[in-house]
Write a protein that binds this ligand. Structure first.
Ligand code: GLU
Length: 298
């Protein structure tokens, strides 16, 4: 069987889609067409507290309205927690994950205390303070007792051990619309001991995304620049789990008229609102730099 480039659009149904999502989805479809590939849709609904069935329905409606088509079945991450749990267990067996009982508040206080001495505490690429390692050195008995007592805990990656064990080299290939490729060195250390399994769910965005991209045979990831730095961590997880690394394209983000990044949290106008105001899909496609009509599928 010949190789078919495989793309995916992978929204999280924790809000309504806006122009930024439309751009990402249309760009994936555009790439798939240019490269003679296929487009998958994946619903990244691991965050059970924030995801809503109505937002999933909204994703289907908005993408269909934009003229997009994708291959069935649509993968829903919430159906696959057992798989993510098994991947985490593999890392844990190798001593690469450790339980962390710290709350957000404890971490903020520890960091504030250290920063009160005048030295800034190092941050990860998203601006969050790097984990100070408080739980890394807990004794096995202490951990067993606290886990046994049902104390909530996340699982963090032991970055030093992970870097020592990960097969080299750590890099990925960046590609662009013209097909040009470039090698990018991954620097996962800048994420420190990142959370790989959250306290509230048996996975995290980072773990499920690498497991699913591999399982679905995704060869080309097209997503926003806000996830570019996270790719370094994804490459590390891929090497540790023996998964292939797709090629990556991180596109610029779409800004609103005031220069703010469009995001669900800032209540940017949703595609559904534009539609209700009489804006057509052709106008949205054009505004985002795509042909007004989708290519008819044959
Ligand atoms: N689910 C993520 C989001 O909605 C995108 C994940 C990805 O493309 O890797 O931001």
């Amino acid at each position: 069987m010949s190789f078919v480039p495989t793309f995916r659009f992978a929204p999280s149904p924790n809000g309504r889609l806006h122009l930024g999502h439309a751009y990402s989805a249309l760009l994936n479809a555009d790439f798939a067409e240019r490269f003679g590939g296929r487009l998958l849709l994946r619903i990244e609904d691991i965050d059970l507290g924030r995801c809503r069935p109505a937002f999933v329905e909204g994703i289907f409606e908005d993408l269909t309205w934009l003229g997009l088509r994708w291959e069935e079945p649509v993968r829903r991450q919430s159906d696959h927690f057992a798989l993510y749990r098994a991947s985490a267990a593999r890392l844990r067996e190798r001593g690469l994950l450790y339980p962390c009982f710290c709350s957000r508040r404890m971490l903020a206080e520890a960091v504030a205390q250290r920063e009160s001495t005048g030295r800034p505490w190092p941050r990860d690429p998203d601006g969050a303070p790097l984990y100070p390692g408080t739980c890394r050195g807990l004794g096995a008995d202490d951990v067993a007792r606290r886990v046994g007592a049902g104390e909530p805990h996340a699982l963090r990656i032991d970055m030093e051990s992970a870097l020592a064990q990960a097969p080299r080299p750590l890099f990925y290939i960046r590609f662009d619309r013209e097909g040009a490729q470039e090698k990018v060195a991954a620097q996962p250390a800048r994420w420190g001991d990142a959370v790989i399994v959250r306290k509230d769910i048996p996975t995290s965005y980072h773990l499920s995304v690498v497991v699913d991209d591999a399982l679905q045979g995704v060869s080309h990831v097209v997503r926003g620049k806000d996830l570019e730095a996270a790719t370094d961590l994804h490459v590390l997880l891929q090497r540790l789990l023996g998964l292939p690394t797709p090629l990556y394209h991180h596109h610029g983000l779409i800004f609103d008229d005031t220069g703010d990044k469009l995001s669900k949290s800032r209540r940017s106008e949703a595609l559904a609102d534009l539609r209700a105001r009489g804006v057509t899909a052709a106008e949205v496609r054009q505004r985002l730099g795509f042909r007004s009509q989708p290519t008819p599928s044959t």
